[in-house]
Design a protein around this ligand. Structure first.
Ligand code: PHE
Length: 458
């Protein structure tokens, strides 16, 4: 019966209009604050080169195979991640508990978004500041550091901008996967890429470019410890949006004839290039202005304004840059909302707009904790971390890799091989075997080892 229905009817969520549409949407999900805001500051906090090396290793050995896996499970299941996993478990005569991986994924999406939308709010606040600056009144009166500190000190401003960001994200998801997303990604991603290149060019001219290249790419192996490895793995998962079933949700809307291996490689390459470009744009400025290279989450919001202030037409570049960053964050935020929303649509009588409103509302409530972490609650520490840092650490470094591990075990050991091979039918045998070894052994063992090392047990 099901076979005679079209896939559109099965999923009930619509389909991407083409292969390119999926590539753009998935790249949009991957490229975001993780590349431009998080990658540089986490790299700085973890000492540079050694971290980057492990990060790149993770992208190749863990990231690409898992990216393929999430897409293929989504396309094989054709439902929200929770129900796709449930169906695949059933078809493979396995326990239905595997759908729990989807439940965790949907929750992790909400957790990640609860701090993500707050940081995205910073970008909107900067868009406003530079827009005002452009029309001539001086919004940026202080040093970049003082300006940034003043923003963080104001819960009202933070809440205003972040709520605006979240409201737009909820609006786009309410409209469905086909509308809203494709156009913005198609046009704006290349623009963001171009602007980053200009910033890298500026960095080259600053005289500190080589120092930055050395900093990013010369590994200091003595700097490696369990925590650095965990951070690199967490960053790889975060940047590629893995482990929380967002890509699986998008995979459900993918056309049958798309080559999953190639697509995954393209997405990973685009995502990694943006992160590296961001690093090459930001560190020359850090060194040129003698700023703290361990600037924490505020790094780009303090370093880049220094450069913009010194550049000709700097305000215009700044306006363009933060606008594009906000758009990149939007296309990621959408993928964080999608798994939980798609599930509510399937399981309840709520329609898509109501479902996403419920998920967005819960995210917003949780996000208030992150907003307050930058001011009233900043001294409120648990294990040395404030509320926002704790949510970021646990969701990114622990829950995403743990989700990835479970997804790998499910695809590698539990799902029937026929289902998997059918999804990767256009892949030659050798590559298929490589993928299988990576997903059955390398990914689970690597993530497990990293956990044990980070916990100090090895
Ligand atoms: N990958 C996104 C970024 O780099 C963030 C994200 C993380 C999105 C996890 C979905 C899931 O900004």
């Amino acid at each position: 019966m099901l076979k005679t229905q079209t896939t559109e009817q099965i999923s009930g969520h619509g389909m991407w209009s083409s292969k390119l549409a999926f590539i753009l949407a998935a790249t949009g999900a991957a490229v975001g604050l993780g590349n431009i805001w998080r990658f540089p500051y986490v790299t700085a906090e973890n000492g540079g080169g050694a971290f980057v090396l492990i990060y790149l290793g993770c992208i190749a050995l863990v990231g690409i195979p898992l990216l393929m896996t999430e897409i293929l499970l989504g396309r094989a299941g054709r439902h929200s991640p929770i129900n796709s996993l449930l169906q695949l478990a059933r078809r493979s005569n396995a326990s239905r508990t595997w759908s729990g991986v989807g439940v965790i994924g949907a929750l992790v999406g909400v957790l990640v978004l609860s701090f993500y939308f707050v940081v995205a709010g910073w970008t909107l606040a900067y868009v406003w500041t530079y827009a005002v600056e452009l029309v001539g009144s001086h919004a940026f009166q202080d040093t970049p550091q003082a300006h940034f500190d003043a923003l963080l000190a104001s819960p009202a401003r933070l809440l205003f901008w972040s709520s605006l960001f979240l409201a737009v994200s909820v609006g786009v998801v309410a409209m469905g996967v086909e509308k809203g997303l494709e156009g913005s990604v198609r046009l704006l991603m290349p623009l963001l890429f171009g602007l980053l290149l200009i910033m890298v060019g500026y960095g080259m001219a600053s005289g500190h470019f080589l120092q930055s290249v050395v900093y990013l790419f010369e590994p200091d192996f003595s700097a490696i410890n369990g925590n650095v490895i965990l951070q690199a793995v967490g960053q790889a998962f975060f940047s590629l949006s893995l482990g929380m079933t967002g890509i699986m949700a998008y995979g459900a809307y993918v056309p049958r004839d798309m080559h999953i291996g190639k697509t995954a490689a393209i997405i990973a390459l685009a995502d990694t290039s943006v992160a590296i470009l961001a690093g090459l744009a930001i560190f020359p400025i850090v060194f040129a202005f003698g700023l703290e290279s361990t600037g924490g989450p505020g790094l780009i919001f303090v370093t880049l304004p220094h450069a913009f202030a010194a550049m000709e037409f700097g305000n215009l570049y700044a306006l363009a840059f933060f606008t594009l960053l906000a758009v990149a964050a939007w296309t990621s935020a959408i993928s964080l909302l999608e798994p939980a929303t798609a599930y509510l649509v399937e399981r309840t009588s709520f329609n898509r707009p109501v479902s996403v409103l419920i998920i967005g509302g819960s995210t917003w409530l949780l996000g208030i904790g992150s907003v307050l972490s930058f001011n009233y609650w900043s001294e409120f520490l648990l294990w040395g971390k404030n509320f926002q840092e704790l949510i970021e650490y646990v969701s990114t470094n622990i829950m995403l890799p743990a989700g990835g591990l479970l997804i790998a075990v499910f695809a590698g050991w539990i799902v029937s091989r026929v289902i998997v091979r059918e999804q990767l039918a256009d892949m030659n045998d050798d590559l298929y075997q490589v993928w299988r070894v990576l997903i059955r052994f390398v990914v689970p063992i690597a993530v497990l080892l990293v956990f044990l090392v980070a916990a100090g047990l090895i």
